[in-house]
Design a binder for this molecule. Structure first.
Ligand SMILES: Nc1ncnc2c1ncn2[C@@H]1O[C@H](COP(=O)(O)OP(=O)(O)OP(=O)(O)O)[C@@H](O)[C@H]1O
Ligand SMILES: [Mg+2]
Length: 329
């Protein structure tokens, strides 16, 4: 079966205005998500993961703007659409789940009311059908006693249940793309695992693409088909999950791998990457990672020229001068 592209981001650049000056927050970002595929964007805090999702959803804050590039959702160009235009896509063709589900749920309305309204709006069903479907959707996301839950208000549910309700809500609109920005970060580990398992099951069930944002490589291993590694607003590596975990090429990705807790030893041996993560206002010549890279002195170009992305093996890309050097020697 031909793969169907749901999201296609090409050469995306975005800036933030800070005290009258514009600083680049995303530089030449390209990636795509197919149906039935989960793509994870990973990277340290501040690397531009959330800003990327905000660009896709048309929700950049007022001081931010896309300066270049294309974002296609089901083939439609959505970069730079007006708020009115992008509303046709948000909530229907693309659904979103966030770290804190309370921000997306109305605290004053019951779960049942919100789910029913959503179903009537996006699926065009009447009230009675919507109520029946609401029960089905809560069951689908593994919520016991759905009829009772529908009568409750968001604050009456635990964080894990709220996240499930939000997932049910998003799915009930049958989106083609599901965007999940750190949806499990606020949950404890057991609940986190349950939500990830649920998303894995739902991916097959709903035939959608998932764009999943996390800084936790354990989560990536659990859920990703493909991984896009960001460093300071740039894509530094991309590959399928096996390629990234077994054969990471960029020194930053390798550093991230070292920072993973050692589950075999049943202990958390976290070795953070030494050095500070740059601020978007900082101008770093050459490779943005060079001030922290253990290999930056091995190659004359690292501190002067930005490395381009190279394909190392089919579907596996990295942007590092050392790879070119290795290939040349
Ligand atoms: N409204 C804003 N104005 C100026 N700078 C901003 C604004 N929002 C975000 N930034 C900056 O943009 C960069 C990218 O932020 P972003 O929220 O995308 O990071 P992230 O990768 O999602 O991090 P985290 O893992 O902490 O969620 C950061 O340096 C951040 O400080
Ligand atoms: Mg974020």
């Amino acid at each position: 079966m031909e793969k169907e592209r749901v999201l296609d981001v090409q050469n995306l650049h975005a800036v933030f205005k800070i005290q009258k000056k514009e600083y680049e927050v995303l530089h030449d970002i390209s990636f795509s998500v197919d149906r039935n595929e989960t793509v994870c964007i990973v990277g340290e805090s501040g690397c531009g993961k959330s800003v990327t999702t905000l660009c896709v959803m048309g929700l950049l804050p007022k001081n931010g703007r896309i300066t270049k590039g294309s974002i296609k959702l089901d083939g439609d160009e959505i970069a730079g659409l007006s708020e009115k235009e992008i509303r046709k896509y948000r909530g229907s063709k693309m659904g979103m789940i966030f770290q804190e589900p309370m921000t997306a749920l109305n605290p004053l309305l019951t779960i049942g009311y919100q789910l029913r309204e959503n179903l009537m709006l996006h699926r065009g069903v009447n009230k009675a059908t919507a109520d029946k479907m609401a029960v089905e959707y809560l069951t689908k996301v593994g919520i016991a006693n759905p009829a009772d839950r529908l009568k409750q208000y968001p604050f009456q549910l635990s964080g894990g249940l709220r996240q499930r309700v939000l997932i049910a809500m998003v799915l009930s609109a049958q989106p083609d793309l599901l965007i999940a920005d750190e949806p499990t970060t606020a949950l404890d580990v057991t609940i986190q695992k349950q939500v990830l398992t649920l998303l894995n099951e739902l991916k097959k069930d709903m035939n959608a693409g998932i764009l999943f944002i996390t800084h936790d490589l354990g989560v990536v291993a659990e859920i990703a088909d493909r991984v896009v590694v960001f460093y300071a607003g740039r894509k530094v590596e991309e590959g399928n999950t096996l390629q990234i975990f077994k054969n990471p090429k960029h020194p930053y990705t390798i550093g991230l791998m070292n920072a993973v807790p050692d589950v075999d030893k049943d202990e958390f041996v976290i070795q953070p990457i030494p050095g500070m993560f740059p601020n978007i206002t900082e101008d770093i010549p050459g490779c943005r990672f060079s001030p922290r890279c253990p290999h930056a002195d091995e190659c004359a170009l690292c501190r002067s020229e930005a490395p381009a992305l190279k394909e190392i093996e089919p579907g596996h890309f990295a942007a590092c001068h050392l790879i070119d050097q290795e290939a040349a020697s």
